[in-house]
Design a protein around this ligand. Sequence first.
Ligand code: FEO
Length: 422
Amino acid sequence: MATPAAAASNGAIGIAPGVHWIGALDPDLRNFDIILRTANGTTYNAYVVRGSAGVAVIDTVKEEFTDDFLRRLESVARYDEIRAIVLNHLEPDHTGALPELLRRAPHAQLYISTRAQPMLKGLLKEDTLYYQAVTTGDSISLGDRTLSFLHTPYLHWPDTQCTYLVEEKILFSGDVFGCHFCDPRLFNDAVGDFRFSFEYYYAHIMRPFRTWVREALDLIEPLELAILAPAHGPILRDAPSRYVNRYRALAESSLKNEAGEERTLLVFYLSAYGNTRLMAEAIASGADGVDGVRVSLYDLQGGEVQPFVDLIEEADGLVFGSPTINGDAVKPVWDLLSSLTAVSVRGKLGAAFGSYGWSGEAVAMIEDRLRGLKLRVPLPGVKAKLIPNADELSHCTDLGRELALHLTGRFEHKVIDMAALR
Ligand code: FEO
């Protein structure tokens, strides 16, 4: 069995009897998928499992590392022994070497998740490709070894799945439990301190899908686990359940508020001359009068963005107020809105308001952004030219009350009596 130091050279690394790491090290990578910083690079972890009736390859590597991957694979298996290629995830950092592997392994059957089928065609551009779609409960036998599949979609693409090697209690988890951390010592009890990378990866890759994380954990937690073998970063052989437990903690509510069963509505605003603030206060007061809703008011000038993002993740409704300056909403509002890609806001209630001097584009622009983030925006926002008058403040109060009624399911649509309009 090769030693971990071999990861820096050419060899496959044994992680259990008949199971090897055949991935690649990418220590120079400094950005991943544009949005992630990778201070010391990453690894693309692929694995090979040998059974009495054949060999399975689990995931591949980014295309530019194909030679490393094939060299490591060749050190432990022949191509004509490969019966199965399992793809836990089709993003190119794990499928870059797939076309070459398929060319070389004539007896290999491809196994992907049921949701991966359209992606596979988009990736390989081959309509004739033969594959098997699998889901939870399906398994394949390699003779004395069994690979069992767990359907764990949206972690972080629709296609993602995990694969469990029953006899060795190893979960090949794809991006789940992974992190961008490159260390040739490979195993979590041998590498440097990667806690920051693990948390950072969860926060940027998995957090927006925490409902799906919880569903995946429901499948993973009952498994006996000797090793978690993710597709990036250290192989977690020391206390793997610690990482499962950490995911569970992260995927549950990050903050417990005092609202209990009440629905929560957050009103954010920025105000140049106090006018948008008056509107914010009127909205908050309208919502506050509705039983079952807890409303909170925040001046964006007085806070950091990140804690607001945490609050927003937990909230049921979000209202954003901005003056219009040079035909636009103001930067702190955009900063907060652009941070929301890190959390799931789909389906929350949204609205906008603001005071303006000339044209008042900010309200519509914010509403467009909220719709783009898949919030529900059922009520038109309120605009006020300069200082809001009594009618405009009354509209704000109405907006707050109606948003609160929406949150509690008690909003009643107005029925317009056409006869009364005559
Ligand atoms: Fe590591 Fe989602 O690819």
